[in-house]
Design a binder for this molecule. Structure first.
Ligand code: SF4
Length: 275
């Protein structure tokens, strides 16, 4: 096993690859008890990953293969940096007074935080002991790994529903939609504050029936505070090229203002609060 390295401050847009060649295989790793984890990077001062000013920790490992992924360098644990949990907690504690003063907290994103539930659960529990607000940014595929104990340390879930149609979901992510919907229903049953995130990709997820499917599913959920429509952009394209992975959306345009407005209008018409 490679030794632990420093937890790197950086950006979700930095390319990181082949940092930990000895890391376990992402597809079979369950990571329930963990003294260490594999991390892409962390950002300070984020204002888009939950309320207030936040530290956002980007975990390595994801089982989806979204065609529009901006960070394919987070898919494999071996591309991340191996970090001790205790070291990451100490680093977070350095920022805790500032985060409390700014009404912010810790968001864990990825990749997929639930590929490593032991490490991310440990970080959330530590953040709560520091009096910080916590947010989990997840696709929901591995929602069953977030047991009730795990969710007790999570104040807000940012849940990506990438399509409301099972066939479209499988085509654009390579995985099934059902676990994400089951996780959403569990969050609703627990009244867990949730923001739904929808990536709007022209020609892929913009079909009115697709949007309608998500809107109708989400609208009755009183725990959902916001639906966020996130227009697709090409900022991650260079990573696909650098990693030698075929990128099917090379010619896909950014969503136009008109298209974004139409989709926002659909969510509003269904009764969702949207931005
Ligand atoms: S869930 Fe996120 S990290 Fe995983 S493939 Fe999709 S966009 Fe990329």
């Amino acid at each position: 096993m490679a030794g632990s390295e420093a937890l790197e401050v950086g950006s979700r847009h930095d390319l990181r690859a082949a940092r930990s060649p000895d890391a376990p295989d992402t597809a079979t790793y369950e990571g329930r008890a963990a003294t260490h984890g594999w991390v892409h990077s962390y950002e300070t001062g984020s204002t888009v990953d939950g309320p207030g000013i936040r530290i956002t920790l980007f975990m390595s490992g994801c089982l989806l293969r979204c065609q529009f992924c901006h960070n394919p360098d987070t898919w494999q644990l071996k591309d991340g940096t191996r970090v001790e949990l205790a070291q990451a907690v100490r680093r977070l504690s350095d920022f805790a007074p500032m985060l409390r003063a700014m009404g912010g907290g810790l968001t864990i994103s990825g990749g997929e935080p639930l590929v490593q539930p032991g490490f991310t659960g440990g970080m959330f529990a530590a953040a709560k002991r520091m009096g910080l607000h916590t947010a989990l940014d997840t696709s929901g595929l591995l929602g069953s790994r977030a047991d009730d104990d795990y969710l007790r340390s999570v104040d807000l879930v940012l849940l990506d529903i990438k399509s409301g149609d099972p066939d479209t979901y499988r085509r654009i992510t390579s995985r099934d939609l059902a676990p994400t919907l089951r996780f959403a229903e569990r969050l609703a049953a627990q009244s867990k504050p949730t923001w739904i995130r929808f990536t709007l990709v022209p020609g892929e997820t913009d079909d009115p029936a697709n949007v309608e499917g998500i809107a109708r599913f989400v609208a009755p959920m009183t725990n959902v505070e916001w639906v966020e429509v996130q227009p697709f952009h090409q900022m991650g394209a260079f990573k696909w090229k650098a990693m030698g992975i075929e990128y099917k959306l090379a010619d896909t345009p950014t969503a136009s203002r008109e298209l974004v407005d139409r989709v926002i209008g659909q969510f509003r018409a269904a009764g969702c609060r949207v931005r």
